[in-house]
Each structure stands twice: as C-alpha cells, then as structure tokens.
Design a protein around this ligand. Structure first.
Ligand SMILES: Cc1cc2nc3c(=O)[nH]c(=O)nc-3n(C[C@H](O)[C@H](O)[C@H](O)COP(=O)(O)O)c2cc1C
Length: 517
C-alpha cells in the first residue's frame, strides 16, 4: 500500500493531466452517442462547450445594439434604466437607420398640446387611465376603467416564480395598473393589493371541477372572496402557440400548485387545445354572458389572430343579439410564452399589426368598436410602439416580457427549463432567493410610470391630451421614400373610430376608475 501511495505521489501534475485526457479519449472512442467526440476524442468537447456558451458570447460581446431578438440591447436597456429611475436617454442622436423599410414615424404637431395649470397631469405626470370603461356598454354590475393604459399580461404562477408574481402584484398596486393572473389560477402571491384580471384557458385551473370541466360555482366564489378581481379573461389562444394545448407534468405539481389549480397531485394534467365549456361562436358568447351575469364583472376574450371567418361570425352575433365580450385582447404572433415549440412560436398566427388591423376593421365595419375595450400585446411596452397601437385602435396594452425585464429578467430565454438565472421564471427556491420583492415591485412600478410619462409626452408632441386621440394618419410607415411612405390608414385601409373623450379630469372623476384599494 505504502509503495502504491509513494508511486502515486511521485507522479507530477502534468502527468495527471495527461492521464485524465487519456481516460477521456478512451471514453470518447468507446461511446457512440456523440459522433463528434467519438471521431475527434477530447478536442470534440471544445465544440460542445463553445456551442453552449455561444448565446452569452453573442449577447455580451458580439451582437450590435439593435441586433438581438426578441428584445435588442437598446430596448432592454431602456426598460432596465426606466425601472431603476436612471437616465434612460440616449446621447448624440438615434443610432437607428430611420430610412429603413417599415420604420415608424409619429407626426408631431407644430405646437404641442399645452397643459393648463389645473390639469391632472400637471400634478401627476403619469396619470394615464384607459379612455374606455370595460363592461359599461353591456351594463355589467361592476364596470371597470383600468387606471393605467399599461398593465401586466397573463403569466401564471407556475411559469413565473412566487417571488416574481408577488413583485408584479405589489408593483401594479403602486402604479395603479392591473395584474393578469395567466392560466395557473389565483395564487396567494396575487393577493397583495393590486387590481387583478382573472384569466383562464382550457384547463380551467382554479375554477375546474374534479373532471377538469369549468365550474361556475367555483368562479363565483372566487370572485366573491376576492373583490380585487376586476375583470375576467377567457383565453382562446395566445400568439406564441395558438391551438396548442399543454401538459403540466405530475412531477411539477407541488401541494401548493395542486391546491391553487384544483388539480390532483402526482398525475399529469392536460390543458387541451379546445374548450369543453363551449364549441360554437354563439355558445362562446352565451358563456361570456353567463359569467358576466353570475359574477357582475366585465368579461373579455384573448386570442391570436389568423383566419377571420369565425371572428366575422362573432361580430355578426354580437350585433344581432346586442351582447358579447366587454374586451378583446389581441396577442401578436411575436408574443412570448413560458414554453412553446418553435414551429408554433415562429410561424402560427399573425404579427400584432396585421392581426390587430384585420380584427379592428372587422368590428368597426359592424359598428361595434365603441362597446369593446381593445387590448394589445406583443412587444408593445415602448411608448412609440404604443402610440402606433393606439392610433390603430388599441385602448390599453398588456406587457409580459417587458414586465419580467423590469424585475430582473436578463432574456436568458430558458423559461422552459426551470433554470432561469434571474429567479423570475423558475420554481427553484434557491434561484428565487435573489429576488428582493420590495425592490422589484418598485422597479415594475417605476417602469410603468416612466412608460406612461413618456407616452404622454409623445401624445402632447402630437398635439393631443390623451393617446386615445391618436388617429391612423398620425403615424407613418416607411416604404423606402417619403413620397412612398404611407400613413397607417392607407397601409391598413381603415380609419379608427373616434373614442369619446371629455378630458383627463373626467377620467379622474370616473366612479369606475380602478387602482383604488
Ligand atoms: C413566461 C410567460 C408566461 C405566459 N403565460 C401565459 C398564459 O398563461 N396565458 C396567456 O394567455 N399568455 C401567456 N403568456 C403570453 C403573454 O401574456 C403575452 O400575451 C405575450 O408574451 C406578449 O406580450 P409581450 O410581448 O409583452 O411579452 C406568457 C408569456 C410569458 C413570457
């Protein structure tokens, strides 16, 4: 034994390295799973290593400021700086090619809108509620005017961590916005004082019976027990994966998730592509009406847009029967997700501008736009993009990934792996420990408030008091030359219906204004 130990201790360190490499080489040659390391023992590993750190190398060192997707460095930097209340300006002028195809211009007025001394925005430069009231046309018992035009989009507890959900909820409370629950049900982390829009999809999580069917009784009780739920959103589809159901693996179902979602422990839970509560357009409308009747709340639908036939049927049915959803959330094909197959995320459903233009035109032709609050989502959390959305007819915007970035998401794009390094999109307790909830909630609120302030400044520059006054011909899209650049109305072939607006003070005095605890 002593001889062996003394022999081993006499082997020099470089000899140990050679031995280790030789063992790796033998293992590489014997194994048949990885062709590259079999054919190129030892050195083949360098390729795998570089491939795995490639995204980080490109993100930090190689990619230029405007290159990355979904959000480039300038966009991310703007959200980070805004959420930290740091200097979010850029010096020396734009670094964008503003002559590029599809670039958007907002037509400024010769003289901007002037705030009088007693104007609500003189005291509060981010007071920016929605110009329409959800549920007013349909005489719902509890109509709701969102107190902020920017709100947190559907992201469930399960796809986001408990600490992320709590930060978002506390943040929307500070910013007077609302927090959409996403499909995972109402968790304790949604109960920190912010307005909540309760959202459910085909899995009916949180409002399902033992067989997985929708339970009106459970929804009614949920709304009664939680008066901060201000509206209900029925998800038909989302931009990243329309028509694709999901599986929640039994292994991921903790006791807490099982209780919140009303699903059994240890068994895989399916959320199928279709709803079991309705099959046809009239049935969908009657379902919406029944929920509104039972809960007293405004009820809306969320969808990604492709074919228009069934939407036409919906508009016809709404017109003929004088009922239907109080709001419609249009999600663009560029929208985010916790997890989706790339073939869906990249190709199924239209990008937001095409989707929204098609849908709005259809409802406008039937004279229905006044009764619907239109919500847009799909990378709209930037003031100039929001101005374009409002010019096209949006009344509010929902943001998901921008909100995640404001609370620390670094766009690692690993939401589907449970390994989110920022603790935002993971259930790993250790990774979540880095999230300081009071700080992150302030950051979400600061991002929303900065957004609203800058959105108002752009609105004033265009000569308006509220972004609802933006018209299609206030925004132009570049098609190579100014003489060829087209205002939105000639590009998308419609004019937006004027939103009734009697001044910011009237929104402040509205009895249905949200954000009031
Ligand atoms: C992590 C994550 C989870 C999401 N979960 C849901 C969901 O439960 N239901 C839903 O309708 N949309 C969901 N979405 C889509 C967002 O609500 C939103 O529609 C989409 O990301 C577009 O907004 P954005 O571009 O601001 O991210 C999710 C998105 C992300 C990033």
């Amino acid at each position: 034994m002593d001889t062996l130990l003394s022999f081993l201790s006499n082997i020099s360190w470089w000899m140990w390295i050679i031995i280790a490499l030789a063992l790796i080489a033998v293992r590489d040659i014997i194994q048949r799973k990885h062709t590259i390391s079999h054919n190129f023992p030892v050195v083949g590993h360098i390729r795998y290593m570089l491939e795995s750190i490639g995204p980080e190398l490109r993100q930090y060192l190689v990619a230029n400021n405007r290159e990355e997707l979904p959000f480039n460095r300038i966009e991310r930097g703007w959200v980070y700086a805004s959420s930290k209340n740091e200097n979010n300006y850029e010096g020396f002028g734009t670094d964008r090619d503003i002559y590029a195809h599809q670039h958007i211009f907002i037509n400024n007025a010769m003289l901007p809108y002037k705030l009088e001394d007693n104007h609500p925005n003189k005291k509060d430069n981010h007071f920016l509620p929605c110009a329409k009231v959800m549920g007013q046309y349909n005489n719902r018992k509890r109509p709701y005017r969102p107190a902020s035009v920017i709100n947190v989009s559907a992201m469930s507890f399960g796809s986001l961590s408990a600490k992320a959900i709590e930060s978002l909820n506390k943040g929307v409370k500070i910013a007077d916005a609302y927090h959409n629950t996403g499909e995972g049900g109402l968790s304790p982390y949604h109960k920190h004082g912010g307005d909540v829009v309760f959202h459910f999809g085909t899995g009916y999580f949180g409002v399902r019976d033992d067989d997985g069917n929708f339970s009106m009784k459970k929804l009614k009780k949920l709304v009664q027990d939680n008066p901060f739920i201000r509206a209900i959103e029925v998800k038909l589809s989302q931009g990243a994966k329309p028509g694709k159901g999901g599986v929640l693996p039994g292994s991921k179902i903790t006791k807490e998730i099982s209780e919140i979602r009303h699903v059994p422990m240890g068994k895989d839970v399916l959320s199928p592509p279709n709803h079991s509560a309705f099959n046809t357009i009239p049935e969908l409308v009657e379902f919406v009406e029944a929920i509104a009747q039972e809960t007293g709340l405004p009820v809306g639908i969320k969808a990604a847009i492709g074919k228009l036939g069934q939407w036409k049927e919906l508009a016809d049915y709404m017109k003929a029967n004088n009922k239907g959803p109080d709001f419609i959330t249009v999600d663009g094909g560029e929208g985010g997700t916790g997890a989706a197959p790339p073939s869906f995320a990249d190709h199924v459903s239209l990008p937001w501008v095409y989707a929204f233009g098609d849908l709005y035109k259809l409802f406008k032709d039937k004279g229905l736009t006044e009764r619907i609050v239109f919500i847009g989502s799909g990378k709209l959390g930037f003031p100039a993009k929001a101005a374009m959305a409002f010019a096209m007819g949006a009344d509010c915007i929902n943001v998901a990934r921008e909100a995640m970035m404001s609370i620390g998401c670094i766009q690692a794009q690993v939401c589907h792996t449970n390994r989110c390094p920022a603790g935002v999109a993971t259930q790993n307790k250790w990774l979540q420990r880095g999230i300081d909830v009071p700080l992150k909630s302030e950051r979400l609120a600061q991002y929303f408030n900065t957004f609203k302030k800058e959105f108002l400044e752009i609105t004033h520059a265009a000569g308006y008091e509220h972004p609802c006054q933006f018209k299609m011909n206030d925004v132009e899209v570049n098609v190579d030359d100014h003489n060829l650049s087209k205002e939105l109305d000639s590009t998308y072939k419609y004019h937006k219906v004027e939103v009734p607006f009697c001044g910011m003070q009237s929104l402040k005095d509205c009895p249905h204004l949200g954000g009031i605890a």
